[in-house]
Design a protein around this ligand. Structure first.
Ligand SMILES: [Mn+2]
Length: 355
């Protein structure tokens, strides 16, 4: 198992690698190329540059989060084949640079959504919050305005200005794309790329919906155990795998994280560890990682991962904004560093108790 940290690159992150390196037990980072648009080929020289910058910081590049999927592939338009070819080339180029894991998602229009990026907790720290009652009063495009008005100047992944400018076109593109069609389009994509992943030894890890329930009526196919099993059955290969994001799936109380891990544990290629506190019906707060601060039993989740023999990349997910830090909401240094240390404590105790 490798302990990682999400990192947006020297230009894109507020946190220098030398600080990430000081987190006890850390192995590396999960990186990205922020300059790349969905559908672009990631050139070997560009990947190599990212890898070298990580290695110069005495850390390992543990994977990519994310290589985004072009909307033509998700919507299933005739241009998709060209973009799938590009994706295949990126897989080959990553393999050439010895990068072995790609996190991605297959969500139309919205990658993730929250309604408050700086909700003040009782202790004076700040959390991301989702509240369906707020969403119900909004039009989809308002979500961009809300996120931008609260992002404090940070460019948030999935909420880039150019996507808002294209919003009307995007909605048009997905007209008539039901959950069934979206799933078929994912099947089409996976059947083309997984054989290449097998040959190149690059594991795919699809990220679940955040939140894991319907949003503005757009189709969502990565919400629960049923969906995940369906996706895994498209191509029965360890290279067609999952990102287990506890805070995404766990935001729906009916998603039993321990059950999910026991059912699909052998196909989990990447873990995002995060806790959420249920504040009401479809209303939750991204709490500190500690079980006592949220609604998820982090001990039980970690134990399930140990029990199924998880051996991939694991990282803390969104943290709160604490200690007066100025950072991208969810991606400050301090709370994620406290989170990973807590998770390592759970992991050590569980593995030692097993003997
Ligand atoms: Mn996640």
């Amino acid at each position: 198992m490798k302990w990682g940290f999400r990192w947006y690159g020297e230009k894109g992150d507020t946190i220098p690698l030398k600080y990430v390196r000081q987190i006890p037990g850390i192995n590396g980072v999960v990186g990205t190329l922020l300059t790349k648009m969905p559908g672009d080929v990631w050139e070997v020289s560009e990947i190599q540059e990212l890898k070298e910058s990580v290695e110069k910081g005495k850390l390992e590049l543990l994977g990519i989060e994310s290589v985004a999927i072009h909307d033509a592939i998700k919507a299933g338009t005739p241009e998709r084949d060209q973009y799938i070819e590009n994706y295949i080339q990126t897989i080959k180029n990553l393999s050439q640079c010895d990068v072995r894991m790609i996190c991605y998602s297959f969500k139309p229009i919205f990658g993730w959504a929250k309604t408050d990026l700086f909700y003040e907790n009782k202790d004076g720290s700040f959390s991301l919050v989702y509240d369906q009652a707020v969403v119900d009063k909004m039009e989809p495009a308002d979500m961009y305005k809300l996120i931008h008005s609260q992002s404090k100047g940070f460019s948030l992944p999935g909420w880039e200005e150019e996507r808002l400018n294209k919003f009307g076109k995007l909605v048009e593109m997905y007209e008539g794309v039901t959950e069934e069609i979206l799933f078929e389009n994912l099947s089409y994509f996976l059947k083309k790329i997984i054989p290449v992943c097998e040959e190149m030894d690059v594991k795919m890890a699809i990220h679940p919906d955040d939140p894991p329930f319907e949003l503005f009526g757009f189709p969502r196919i990565t919400k629960n155990l049923h969906d995940l099993k369906k996706i895994l059955s498209i191509v029965d290969s360890p290279y067609n795998g999952l990102t287990l994001c506890t805070g995404s799936l766990g935001a729906e109380p009916n998603n039993d994280m321990v059950e999910i891990i026991h059912e699909v544990g052998d196909r989990i290629n990447f873990v995002h560890f995060r806790n959420v506190e249920f504040l009401g019906e479809r209303k939750f707060r991204e709490s500190a990682h500690l079980s006592a601060d949220g609604s998820l039993d982090m001990y039980a989740i970690m134990k399930a991962l140990v029990d199924v023999g998880f051996d991939g990349v694991i990282r803390p997910d969104h943290g709160r904004t604490v200690f007066g830090e100025v950072a991208m909401p969810g991606y400050g240094l301090y709370d994620r560093a406290m989170g990973i240390t807590y998770l390592q404590g759970l992991h050590e105790a569980i593995t030692k108790a097993k003997g």
